[in-house]
Design a protein around this ligand. Structure first.
Ligand SMILES: Cc1cc2nc3c(=O)[nH]c(=O)nc-3n(C[C@H](O)[C@H](O)[C@H](O)COP(=O)(O)OP(=O)(O)OC[C@H]3O[C@@H](n4cnc5c(N)ncnc54)[C@H](O)[C@@H]3O)c2cc1C
Length: 418
C-alpha cells in the first residue's frame, strides 16, 4: 500500500503537489515553516493601508495551463480577473507616448504586418527577430538574440524579459523566455490574456487549496520548519521539526518544496542555483475606488507594471537591485509620481503606501544559474524536489512552480515525469 507523502513547504509548488496527490487518494502531510501558506505568493492585511494586499503583483496568462488546471482542481478557476481579450496598454513615461498591444488570433502573428497594430516605431522584422530565441544556446542572454538598438527592444522585448525573468535583458537566459513565448504569444490571443487574482493571491492560489486539503483529511502544520532530515542508505527515514522527530516509514515519500537555499541546507551536496534577484512592489491607497481591474505596462521610468484593483494601485519593479537597499520613503517618492501620471491624477500628493521588498524574489535566471537547476528526483529514492527553481525548463513563475509540484506528484504516482 502507498504510504504517506510528507510535503515540506506550502508555497504554490508544495500546495499543487499536495492537492494532486490528495485528490488521487494519498494521505499527504504538509509542513510549513511560516505561520501562513503561500510563500512568495500571498496576501496579508496591511495596517498602513487598512487593506488586504499581495506581497507583489502577480500576473498569469491564459496560456498558463498548469496554473489554470491547479485553480480548477481547488475550485478557484473563476477567481481571476482580466480583460476579455488579450490587450496590454503601455505608457512611455519619458515620451508620453501610449499604445496598446493586441495580439491576433492564431499562432501566425499576421497582425504585425499592420503598422497600426504594431508598437510605435517598430517594424515587422523586429518581431520576427524574436524567433532567434528559439535557437538560443544555453549560454545566450535575451539581449544576445535581439537588436537592442531598435525601439521594439525598449518598448516590448526588454519589459517582457524583465517581467518574465526578473533579470535585465542583457543577463536573462534566452532559453527561459522562449518557452513562455511559445506557450502564450505563440498560440495567439486566447493564450495570452492577462489575468490577476481578483480578490488577492491567497484567495485564489492558497486558501482554496488549504480548504480542500482539510476536506480530504490532509493536515497542514504551520510554524513547522523542517530543520534536518535523516538520510540512511538510499532513503529518507526521518524529519526533524525543531526537536520533534517525524518518522518517514519505508513506504512514505518526502517532497521538498522549499527555496533553493533551504533545500541545499537539508540535502548534502545538492547543486542548486545560488544567486537571487529582488522585486520591489509599491502599494498606494487611492482616494476613490475604480471599477474593475486594470494592468498597464510602463517604460522609460522606474515603475514597470501597474495593477489597479478597487482603491489600491500597485506597481512592480523587477530586477530591482538599484532600489532594494533604498528606504521605503525614498522608493515611494520615486514611484508615486509615475503612478499618478499613469492614472492621470496630476500632481496628487503621496497617499498612504506600503513598500514590499522581496530580496530573494526568484533565483537569478541567468545562464550560469539555470545550469544549476536540479530535476525532480534525488539520489534518495523516496525524496523528491519541487519549486520554481527546479529544472522545469520554465522561468520561476507560478506556472513553473505548479508544474514542478505536478511533476513531483506524477513521479510519485506513476514513476514517470510529466
Ligand atoms: C514580488 C513577486 C512578484 C512575482 N510576480 C510573479 C508574476 O507576476 N507571475 C508569476 O507567475 N510569478 C511571479 N512571481 C513568482 C512566484 O511567486 C513564484 O514563482 C512562486 O510563488 C514560487 O512558489 P514555490 O512554492 O516554488 O516557492 P515559495 O513560494 O518560496 O514556497 C516555499 C515555501 O517553503 C517554506 N519553507 C522554507 N523552508 C522551509 C523548511 N525548512 N521547512 C518547512 N517549510 C519551509 C517557505 O516558508 C515557503 O512557504 C513573483 C514573485 C514575487 C516574490
Amino acid at each position: 500500500m502507498a504510504g504517506s507523502v510528507h510535503v515540506v513547504g506550502a508555497g504554490v509548488a508544495g500546495l499543487s503537489c499536495a492537492v494532486r496527490l490528495a485528490r488521487a487518494g494519498r494521505l499527504v502531510r504538509v509542513y510549513e515553516a511560516a505561520g501562513q501558506a503561500g510563500g512568495r505568493c500571498r496576501s496579508f492585511h496591511d495596517a498602513a493601508l487598512d487593506r488586504l494586499i499581495d506581497n507583489g503583483n502577480h500576473m498569469v496568462l491564459s496560456g498558463n495551463r498548469a496554473a489554470l488546471a491547479y485553480l480548477d482542481e481547488i475550485g478557484a478557476a473563476d477567481s481571476l480577473a482580466g480583460p476579455p481579450r488579450a490587450e496590454f496598454p503601455f505608457l512611455d513615461l519619458e515620451s508620453g507616448l501610449a499604445w496598446t498591444l493586441r495580439p491576433g488570433a492564431g499562432s501566425i502573428p499576421w497582425w504585425i504586418i499592420s503598422s497600426r497594430r504594431r508598437v510605435p516605431d517598430s517594424r515587422a522584422g523586429d518581431y520576427l527577430r524574436g524567433l532567434r530565441l528559439a535557437f538560443a544556446g544555453a549560454g545566450a542572454t535575451v539581449a544576445d538574440c535581439l537588436d537592442a538598438g531598435r525601439p521594439l527592444y525598449r518598448r516590448f522585448w526588454e519589459p517582457l524579459a524583465v517581467a518574465v525573468l526578473n533579470a535585465l535583458a542583457d543577463e536573462g537566459a534566452a532559453t527561459l523566455l522562449w518557452p513562455v513565448l511559445r506557450e502564450t504569444f505563440g498560440r495567439g490571443e486566447a493564450a495570452c490574456r492577462p489575468r490577476i487574482a481578483a480578490a488577492g493571491l491567497s484567495r485564489s492560489f492558497v486558501d482554496p487549496a488549504l480548504s480542500l486539503l482539510g476536506v480530504l483529511g490532509c493536515p497542514v502544520r504551520f510554524n513547522a520548519r523542517v530543520r534536518a532530515m535523516t538520510l540512511a542508505g538510499d532513503r529518507v527515514t526521518g524529519l526533524d521539526i525543531g526537536g520533534e522527530a517525524i518518522a518517514v516509514e519505508a513506504s512514505d515519500a518526502v517532497v521538498l518544496a522549499v527555496p533553493p537555499a533551504a533545500a541545499g541546507g537539508l540535502i548534502p551536496g545538492l547543486e542548486t542555483p545560488r544567486e537571487s534577484r529582488a522585486i520591489v512592489n509599491g502599494h498606494f491607497r487611492l482616494e476613490r475606488e475604480w471599477p474593475g481591474v486594470s494592468i498597464v505596462g510602463l517604460v522609460g521610468g522606474v515603475s514597470q507594471w501597474l495593477f489597479r484593483r478597487a482603491d489600491i494601485a500597485s506597481v512592480t519593479v523587477s530586477a530591482a537591485a538599484a532600489l532594494i537597499d533604498k528606504s521605503a520613503d525614498v522608493i515611494a517618492a520615486r514611484l508615486w509620481p509615475e503612478v499618478a501620471r499613469a492614472l492621470e491624477l496630476g500632481d496628487a500628493p503621496l497617499p498612504p503606501y506600503r513598500i514590499v521588498k522581496e530580496k530573494r524574489a526568484t533565483f537569478a535566471q541567468v545562464p550560469a544559474e539555470v545550469a544549476r537547476r536540479p530535476g525532480t528526483r534525488t539520489a534518495w529514492h523516496n525524496l523528491f524536489l519541487a519549486g520554481d527553481w527546479t529544472g522545469t525548463g520554465l522561468p520561476a513563475t507560478i506556472e513553473g512552480a505548479v508544474r514542478s509540484g505536478h511533476a513531483a506528484a506524477a513521479v510519485l504516482s506513476t514513476g514517470a515525469n510529466t
